[in-house]
Write a protein that binds this ligand. Structure first.
Ligand SMILES: [Zn+2]
Length: 168
């Protein structure tokens, strides 16, 4: 009597296991679909992935999700080493520069070992960056100026990676 009973239990467990597996696979597929729908038709540039990987290697979490601050395309929370990139930036074609911007901020937090502080980059502040950072005050201006300048460089991804590798 015991033997068939055990078999029955095993049989039931394997059905349960299969059901869970199917659920997980379906759910994974659904999440992937949602992410694709959120990020739009434009796939991230290869160097976006490269920079994202380097950030992960330096223990930053990069979420391709709506940042928890209204109106922000990108956001960094230095305390938790978390970066958000708004899915809309992919559709707008600014995902790469948004990630570079936040990566520079990440390097700034490594440099200061905490808050956002300017590293003192020896790149001239671009004219395009000026109107954007004038709304910030004092050293926050320099913090933003560095991020805005590097995001505008043609080699911005490599420059940001250099900063991360040097300071983190
Ligand atoms: Zn910024």
């Amino acid at each position: 009597m015991q033997y068939p009973h055990r078999l029955q239990v095993l049989h039931r467990l394997s059905i349960l296991g299969l059901a869970i597996l199917i659920f997980v696979v379906l759910r994974g597929g659904l999440e992937e679909q949602l992410t694709r729908a959120e990020t739009g038709a434009i796939a991230p540039a290869p160097d976006f992935q490269k920079l994202q990987n380097i950030l992960t290697q330096h223990n930053f979490q990069v979420h391709l999700k709506i940042p928890p601050r209204a109106g922000a395309y990108g956001l960094i929370q230095p305390k938790t080493k978390t970066i958000w990139i708004h899915p809309l930036t992919f559709r707008l074609g600014i995902a790469r520069q948004t990630l570079i911007h936040e990566a520079v901020h990440a390097a700034q937090t490594c440099y200061s070992q905490g808050p956002l502080l300017p590293i003192g980059l020896d790149v001239p502040i671009s004219k395009q960056a000026r109107p954007h950072f004038l709304r910030y005050h004092q050293f926050r201006r320099h913090v933003e100026a560095e991020a805005l300048t590097v995001q505008g460089l043609p080699n911005g991804v490599d420059y940001a990676i250099e900063l991360l590798n040097e300071h983190c």
